[in-house]
Design a protein around this ligand. Structure first.
Ligand SMILES: NC(=O)c1ccc[n+]([C@@H]2O[C@H](COP(=O)([O-])OP(=O)(O)OC[C@H]3O[C@@H](n4cnc5c(N)ncnc54)[C@H](O)[C@@H]3O)[C@@H](O)[C@H]2O)c1
Length: 315
């Protein structure tokens, strides 16, 4: 199997390429990233194995020539490259559209031209936005309230992918993923749980929007995420979209779990809404019905993140 991963140096990609290296059938992992987030460390000490080659292309997904070259003899594409810090995209809607929508279009068209066998695209559960009750893949689109250019461009990109794939008879799946928790060498700390772990270690207060304390949001363990890509490569029905969510948790669940490891963690309650804490609950039955099992736990992910930083104390 010959794999291309765009955005492979990021939080998800840096672990995914290491897990995929364990596969018996893998002979090439081609890494495509513009290093815009400086995660050189994600290329360090890649697991070496007889019969497995890594290749690195330093380029952006706006570069159609580089994409054409990257697709040569590729079986599976996992397109992770994106601008991912949702709150920051409110100030940069044009750039976010250029990368997350136009860039995705470029990657998809290059994959179709190269006769790639499977295309996997991570969207986000934040396309649902703030919602009443439980939402899932069947919820009507007029219920969606994407609250940032990040979420809006992901929604536009997933629609483009599914429509184009259908028209061209191309095998693609969209994964609407919850917010990731869990560690990797290229991990980032903008996301809710990771950021809270960082603040707890640094003995700084966790700022929580009071309305978010008891209401739920969808989260996804990093190992579940990687196993879901692998599972859908094999079992995803062409042209389908799946919610990929380990569980919905409230801020209270997250704080209680951090407290098990950092008992004196400080909490600051705020009345102003925080984008990363807006509540909505997402169902994951569709992917479970075709045989996928979620295995990650919140406490396992939080513990692993805190252990990474156990040698540090704020001075
Ligand atoms: N982490 C999450 O909580 C989460 C949740 C849902 C969906 N996703 C999606 O999964 C994907 C990966 O997320 P992540 O957390 O690993 O992100 P990340 O920000 O850690 O990594 C993104 C990578 O893409 C690269 N990149 C950015 N712009 C690029 C461009 N124009 N051309 C080439 N490379 C570019 C960056 O250098 C970085 O290495 C993203 O598409 C994201 O939207 C992530």
């Amino acid at each position: 199997m010959r794999l291309l991963v765009t955005g492979a140096l990021g939080h998800i990609g840096s672990k995914l390429i290491r897990e995929y290296a364990k596969r018996q059938d893998i002979e090439l992992i081609r890494i495509f990233d513009n290093i815009s987030t400086q995660r050189y460390c994600s290329l360090f000490n890649l697991p070496q194995k007889r019969g497995l080659r890594y290749e690195f292309i330093e380029a952006g997904i706006d570069d159609k020539k580089a994409l054409k070259r990257a697709m040569q003899k590729i079986d599976v594409v996992i397109h992770l490259a994106a601008i991912t810090d949702a709150p920051s995209t409110i100030a940069t809607p044009k750039l976010t559209h250029k990368v997350n929508f136009e860039g995705t279009k470029n990657v998809l068209m290059a994959a179709i031209d190269a006769n790639v066998k499977k295309f996997l695209f991570p969207s986000t559960t934040s396309v649902y936005g703030e919602a009443e009750g439980l939402v899932d893949e069947n919820s009507p689109e007029n219920m969606y309230k994407p609250a940032s250019p990040y979420a809006a461009t992901k929604l536009k990109a997933e629609k483009f992918i599914l429509k184009t794939a259908k028209a061209k008879g191309f095998n693609a799946n969209v994964l609407r993923m919850g917010t990731i928790f869990g560690t990797s060498i290229g991990m980032r700390f903008h996301t809710a749980i990771n950021k809270f772990c960082w603040l707890a270690v640094m003995n700084k207060p966790l700022t929580v929007w009071d309305s978010a304390l008891n209401s739920m949001r969808p989260y996804l363990g990093l190992n579940d995420c990687i196993r879901a890509f692998y599972f859908l490569e094999k079992h995803g029905k062409p042209g389908e979209l799946y919610n990929v969510v380990t569980r919905n948790y409230s801020m209270k669940n997250i704080i209680e779990t951090i407290k098990q490891f950092v008992p004196n963690v400080q909490i600051q309650i705020t009345k102003s809404p925080l984008l990363n804490q807006k509540p909505y609950e997402v169902g994951n039955e569709k992917i479970k019905k075709i045989g996928f099992e979620f295995k990650d736990t919140l406490s396992g992910g939080i513990r692993a993140t805190l252990v990474l930083m156990k040698g540090v104390r704020r001075f």
